[in-house]
Design a binder for this molecule. Structure first.
Ligand SMILES: Cc1cc2nc3c(=O)[nH]c(=O)nc-3n(C[C@H](O)[C@H](O)[C@H](O)COP(=O)(O)OP(=O)(O)OC[C@H]3O[C@@H](n4cnc5c(N)ncnc54)[C@H](O)[C@@H]3O)c2cc1C
Length: 424
């Protein structure tokens, strides 16, 4: 039986661990947190995963929360007017072709961890060190580091060609709230761009109440341009105060969302987060002091800013891709060439699009992107294309980076609308 070690029990590590166990591998999973620590700890993300990412979980029957509420069915896009405070310059919405879902990672990882142990997986509860990695690599056929943004990620060298920034481009502030009034229309993500200041996202999700029962909530995530008008919460250290400050800022910057949220309460005292992410793509293989090679997975090697909500979905797809390649490898060695090829195929086929899109969103929007969003107000197929690109980011290319391609695309879709209108 082939032995595989995975360090880090998050989206990617847990998903891959389950997949391998289901295929008869002996899997050792190192987790620095117990299920109870996950449940009682701080929130980590807004974790909205779109349809194709969810399908990779469903393949492994890890979709415990399907049908339990908080399905995400639509996208509401607003661009605040730069000259008239409280007004919108652009506004449109579109349905998703298939629902997305955001399951509180505290609940998800705790349940997946328990299920992994129950199914016969080995869990070592400890914070892995370099010594742990060497020991694991000595005793396993393959060792993967899937420790998210944790310190050990720096074992993998940065790939400068794929990493345009060297500091966080946004300061994030996040709270989970419950008891907001229902939005008109389908439940969905509200994405609000405030030119020069950053973005404010409101995302439905599913957590649990004090009795462990499913509880729908909404994340309010501020992505503040450092030093800009939304970057005023970094020193707030009290969750209730942060929640109140964010609600006040919602009323000031995106008042169209404020009334609906006015009676909402913090989900629990741990339902808040502050921080910034430096986006980074790293080389996928690291050589340890004992000469063994280990491979990176998930955020450890492909880390994006949360602005496009792609990290968990990309981690889920990476876990799915690695699983396929490990199974295909059979009894052959997991050598450096195999590790590099496995990663590169994933990067070329999928991850490069999430990275390029996410990094582009961190820069001020160019004219052709604003033109696209403007046209989406009156051309529903453009609105749908944009909303459904959160599931398939490749669909944003080439037009996102190419003004001529954007112009052509807008013209094609607009002509179709005009032709339909003429027929009527
Ligand atoms: C504010 C915010 C909002 C986000 N919103 C979204 C969103 O809406 N949609 C989306 O798709 N993504 C989102 N993301 C990103 C997403 O949460 C991550 O990309 C995803 O969780 C990455 O999965 P992973 O398995 O690589 O890492 P993680 O899920 O972070 O798991 C890594 C695990 O490894 C553990 N670990 C670390 N060091 C060690 C060690 N030495 N030993 C043992 N264990 C260790 C950590 O404790 C952690 O549990 C968001 C992120 C942030 C910060």
């Amino acid at each position: 039986m082939r032995k595989i070690a995975i360090v880090g029990a998050g989206q990617a590590g847990l998903q891959l661990a389950h997949g391998l166990l289901q295929h008869g591998y002996a899997v050792t999973l190192v987790s620095d947190r117990s299920a109870e620590e996950y449940e009682n700890g701080r929130v980590m993300s807004t974790q909205c995963i779109f349809h194709d990412g969810l399908e990779t979980e469903r393949k492994l029957s890890l979709n415990y929360w399907d049908g339990k509420g908080a399905s995400v069915e639509a996208f509401y896009v607003n661009v605040a007017h730069p000259g008239i405070p409280g007004e919108r310059m652009i506004q449109f919405s579109a349905l998703l072709e298939a629902p997305a879902h955001a399951v509180d990672q505290r609940m998800k990882f705790a349940e997946w961890l328990r299920a992994f142990t129950k199914a016969g997986g080995t869990v070592l509860q400890q914070s892995a060190t370099l010594d742990t990695l060497e020991e694991l690599a000595d005793t396993h056929d393959l060792t993967l580091l899937s420790a998210g943004k944790g310190k050990l990620a720096h074992l993998f060298q940065k790939n400068p060609e794929r990493t345009p920034y060297d500091a966080p481009q946004r300061q994030c502030s996040l709270v989970y709230i419950k008891g907001a009034a229902k939005r008109d229309g389908q439940p969905g993500v509200s994405a609000n761009l405030v030119p020069g200041a950053g973005e404010i996202f409101i995302i439905p999700g599913l957590t649990r109440d004090a009795n462990g029962e499913p509880l729908p909530y909404e994340s309010v995530l501020f992505e503040a341009v450092p030093g800009g008008p939304l970057d005023r919460f970094r020193n707030v250290k009290d969750p209730e105060e942060l929640k109140q400050n964010l609600m006040d800022a919602v009323r000031e910057f995106i008042p169209w969302e404020a009334d609906r949220l006015k009676d909402a309460k913090l989900v629990d005292p741990q339902a808040w987060l502050q921080g910034g992410v430096t986006p980074e793509v790293r080389h996928p293989v690291a050589t340890l002091a004992n000469g063994r090679e280990i491979m990176g997975l998930g955020d450890t090697v492909i880390l994006n800013d949360p602005i496009t909500g792609q990290g968990s979905g990309t981690a889920a797809k990476a876990a799915d891709h690695y699983l396929t390649r490990i199974l295909e490898r059979g009894e052959q060695p997991f050598d450096r060439a195999w590790m590099e090829q496995t990663f590169e195929d994933f990067y070329q086929d999928y991850a490069q699009f999430t990275c390029m899109w996410t990094n582009a969103m961190l820069a001020p929007p160019p004219e052709h992107v604003l033109n696209f969003l403007g046209a989406a107000q009156s051309v529903p197929s453009l609105a749908a294309l944009f909303a459904n690109s959160f599931n398939r980011p490749k669909n944003l290319f080439p037009w996102l980076g190419d003004p001529n391609a954007a112009k052509e695309l807008i013209a094609q879709h607009t002509a179709k609308v005009a032709a339909t209108a003429q027929k009527l």
